[in-house]
Write a new protein. Structure first.
Length: 368
């Protein structure tokens, strides 16, 4: 019996603004705060669609403690009763910090991250992803970075599941190809990580396989036709389905290894979280043979063709070796030592040692 759970209502539309306005009224949100990025604020002309005083867009590519502090100060100046997130993972993760703040009325970031009690009130929230990768629209956690400490933190609570997720591929059409590919690879990582995971259940695995098959089918097609709305919608759905998978398992070794890559060398999360997929597939493969067979059969691929297809998706668009990202080879032992995040690395179906991780990093260093 599957112990699967996810309460988020998912709505597919071809007119995100009309749907959003309807759902704001439906959830009886009278004063929503709009959390977005500077790029999306401009690209989507949000100032003309919402009260500009309700829009917070001061967030970078990875939400850090400073971004959170500024967002909470912004909220304290207003009487918001709901949250709308329009963006990629950064905006949506920051929105979860804001949700916690509006319910708990706490302003200390560490207190919000550490809080495990019940929320006094559920904050209605609507999330609209503008990338096809992070899937924060269907999970209960968000990532926050303390750049001074060079540490990654997670805010996590059952009350941080969004009320609604609105999917519209039109929101991804102007996404640059490199970001499109890297976020898609993040979704692929979410999927595989939920399969080779000690917390996997039959439903999460079914979702993961569905997402992987769709990404494999649409990945190369996106590179050839980045303005194809059907492909964009397929990949947006795939990312959300991948989120439905790992929302029940969390991630595992690939994500655990990614955090020091992002903290120390600024490697985008989608790249950092997926760069180790092929070596980990080799390590974990014997314990996930049935799901791998289903993926290969569904896409009419041999196992070697599956690996090559995954390798080809970012080729020519995003650098995918550690030396291309400027990492000195003598730093690999340090990165290996820092790759063991509790609640991530220990989820992997095969228990890895520091030497195992160092071997993977050496394999990823160059194409030679």
């Amino acid at each position: 019996m599957s112990n699967y759970f996810n309460p988020v209502r998912i709505i597919k539309t071809d007119n995100w603004l009309r749907e959003l306005n309807f759902r704001i009224n439906d959830l009886k949100i009278s004063a929503p705060v709009i959390i977005t990025s500077p790029g999306n604020r401009k690209r989507l002309n949000l100032n003309s669609k919402f009260d500009s005083d309700s829009i917070f867009s001061d967030v970078g590519s990875n939400p850090n403690f400073k971004d959170c502090t500024n967002a909470l100060k912004f909220c304290q100046k207003n009487m918001f009763d709901g949250v709308v997130a329009i963006g990629g993972g950064s905006a949506m993760d920051l929105a979860k910090v804001v949700m916690a703040h509006l319910s708990l009325e706490k302003t200390d970031i560490n207190e919000l991250i550490e809080y495990k009690g019940s929320f006094p009130q559920e904050i209605p929230s609507i999330f609209l992803p503008t990338t096809h990768g992070t899937a924060s629209e269907v999970t209960m956690w968000g990532t926050v970075w303390n750049m001074e400490e060079e540490k990654k933190y997670s805010i996590s609570h059952q009350s941080l599941y969004p009320s609604l997720a609105i999917l519209d591929g039109n929101l991804t059409l102007s996404l640059p190809l490199d970001i499109s590919i890297s976020t898609m690879m993040d979704a692929l990582s979410h999927s595989f990580e939920s399969i080779w995971n000690k917390n996997a259940n039959p439903t999460s695995t079914d979702f993961a396989i569905s997402a992987i098959c769709s990404i494999l089918e649409n990945g190369e097609a996106l590179k050839k036709n980045p303005s194809d709305l059907k492909i964009r919608n397929n990949l947006l759905k795939s990312a959300t389905v991948a989120g439905l998978a790992f929302s029940n398992t969390t991630t595992a070794a690939a994500h655990s290894m990614s955090y020091p890559l992002t903290i120390h060398y600024g490697i985008p999360h989608g790249v950092a979280s997926s760069i180790s997929l092929l070596p980990l597939m080799e390590i974990n493969g014997k314990l996930i043979k049935e799901p791998l067979d289903r993926i290969c059969n569904n896409n009419e691929l041999t196992y070697d063709e599956l690996k090559q297809t995954i390798k080809d998706i970012p080729k020519g668009v995003v650098p995918y070796t550690l030396d291309e990202w400027g990492i000195p080879e003598d730093q690999l032992p340090t990165l290996a030592a820092e790759s063991f995040t509790k609640g991530r690395m220990d989820n992997n179906v095969v228990d890895l040692t520091e030497d195992d991780v160092l071997g993977i990093l050496k394999e990823l260093y160059s194409d030679q």
